[in-house]
Design a protein around this ligand. Structure first.
Ligand SMILES: C[S@@+](CC[C@H](N)C(=O)[O-])C[C@H]1O[C@@H](n2cnc3c(N)ncnc32)[C@H](O)[C@@H]1O
Length: 149
């Protein structure tokens, strides 16, 4: 296995996990920066053409993991690999952000759900070819249905 090295760090308005919207209907609209290391800037060539990006990052402030956990959106436990829990065997996060603009090695983005200073492991253009009607939302759809009045 390779030893991951950050390609940059997130500049986010969130200094504390309590500030990050969670649970049913939570919207992630926070704006901030993906600050890519200057020596890797050449790797951003042509990124401006993409509206959205996958950001792969490290949950650097979570400790340990639990294989079954109850997410904020539900009152029932689910397997860690069926959730987006920060407490996972490999603490890797994945967030889709909107690319607002690029300024050299700085990417201005919207849709952050990570803490300020979070290490970025990789960035890839967001592309999805899966038609909406083919997507199943598993326990999330059931939890949402239970919460509806
Ligand atoms: C539910 S996770 C989802 C993250 C990502 N969208 C994903 O699906 O992998 C988001 C939560 O992770 C926690 N978090 C954010 N940044 C973190 C960091 N750098 N270290 C540890 N926990 C973090 C916060 O509690 C935040 O609400």
């Amino acid at each position: 296995m390779f030893t991951p090295q950050p390609i940059g760090f997130v500049s986010s308005p969130y200094k504390n996990t309590k500030e990050i919207p969670k649970g049913f209907g939570a919207k992630h609209e926070a704006e901030g920066l993906l600050k890519i290391l200057p020596e890797l800037e050449a790797g951003l060539a042509d990124i401006e053409g993409f509206s959205h990006l996958f950001v792969i990052w490290e949950f650097d402030r979570s400790e340990g993991f639990e294989l079954l956990g109850t997410p904020p959106i539900d009152d029932r436990p689910h397997g860690v690999f069926a959730t987006r829990s920060p407490r996972r065997p490999n603490p890797i996060g994945l967030t889709v952000v909107q690319l607002l603009r690029r300024e050299g090695p700085l990417l201005h983005v919207r849709g952050l759900d990570m803490l300020d200073g979070t290490p970025i492991l990789d960035i890839k253009p967001y592309l999805s070819s899966i038609p909406t009607e083919s997507l199943r939302r598993g326990w999330l759809a059931e939890a949402e249905a239970r919460k509806k009045p």
